[in-house]
Design a protein around this ligand. Structure first.
Ligand code: SF4
Ligand SMILES: [Zn+2]
Length: 315
């Protein structure tokens, strides 16, 4: 195969011979293509909800003060979970997760889902313009009818297909932002609605989760941040097995599990406090104290800056 295959500028150059090896090699190149690095964290950084379970005020402050990119922190952290995964594997797994979300939002749950909806025909986004937070979400429209096309009122859009449009909620003072996967129209007896969070898990991790009977603390933190951003009081975590060969809906070993997260004010206060500690350290050029007692505790073993953290003074 040609050594020239892969990315050249923004063009993808196909291999001379199409064999499974050359195509796999090309895909690895595509999935490892460089992206502009995320800058090091600063006192003004708004963190993604999904990042917060791994947040450490000291780690972010070291990265911010020593110019280490945020992306490097995430990639190193991800790969430390499975040393056989390289950048291409991590990105590919992420895209499979995105595809799973899209199918559930647009082909399975669409009639039960509140969200913002983009018309496939004209691109108009339908939402409740008066709404704030969760209030912008609406059920999927039946027809578009927008008069935004070239012929205006004379020929309103006849589109009837819509896709779920991600919505970013942000609380700059808290320092977080996130894109919930929608809200469910399934209401409880008291009329409250649930924000929806979809998680694609390996069959093994879904089974472990089911055995433990409660959401992992990572999801509990992320879920509570979505509750804070959406203003709702409960979250339905839809856990779905990613390994389709094990897909069964109705057996004991089913591929779906629903877990509920309720608002936990003390957890939210703790996370808000961690971000405030980091910001304070960045403003004053100091370092937060070390959380990890040894460099081999669970948290330290997953921390890409563990070596630097233990070299620096802890005062
Ligand atoms: S080793 Fe522990 S305390 Fe130090 S930066 Fe990493 S996670 Fe934070
Ligand atoms: Zn339309």
């Amino acid at each position: 195969m040609s050594d020239e295959s892969g990315f050249q500028g923004r063009q993808i150059v196909a291999p001379d011979e199409f064999t499974s090896e050359s195509v796999a090699d090309l895909l690895v190149k595509i999935f490892s293509a460089p992206e502009p690095p995320l800058p090091p964290p600063t006192a003004d950084t708004i963190f993604r909800c999904s990042y917060m379970p791994r947040f450490c005020a000291r780690r972010e402050a070291i990265a911010g003060q020593e110019g280490i990119s945020q992306e490097k922190l995430v990639i190193d952290d991800e790969s430390s979970r499975d040393p056989d995964m390289d950048l291409a594997d991590i990105r590919f797994a992420g895209m499979v997760g995105t595809a799973l979300h899209s199918v559930l939002q647009n082909n399975v749950l669409h009639d039960l889902l509140l969200g913002r909806w983009e018309c496939v025909t004209c691109g108009a986004v339908h939402q409740n313009d008066e709404g704030v937070k969760f209030g912008v979400f609406i059920p999927k429209p039946d027809a578009c009818g927008r008069q935004s096309g070239p012929r205006g009122a004379e020929m309103p859009c006849e589109g009837r297909r819509f896709v779920f449009a991600e919505t970013r909620f942000r609380d700059a003072e808290f320092g977080i932002e996130g894109q919930p996967d929608g809200a469910l129209l399934l209401t409880r007896r008291d009329g409250s609605k649930a924000i929806l969070e979809i998680k694609g898990l390996t069959h093994w991790s879904l089974t472990t989760q089911r055995r433990d009977g409660r959401l992992k603390w990572e999801y509990e933190i992320q879920g509570n941040l979505y509750l804070h951003l959406s203003g709702l009081d409960w979250l339905a975590g839809l856990l779905v097995a990613r390994n389709m060969e094990k897909f069964k809906l109705s057996s004991k070993d089913r591929a779906l599990e629903v877990m509920v997260v309720r608002r936990n004010e003390s957890l939210l206060k703790k996370v808000r406090g961690q971000i405030a500690t980091f910001r304070n350290a960045m403003i004053h050029g100091t370092l937060p104290t070390r959380d990890c007692l040894t460099d081999s505790c669970d948290k330290a073993r997953r921390c890409p800056l563990v070596k630097r953290c233990f070299e620096l003074p802890d005062d």
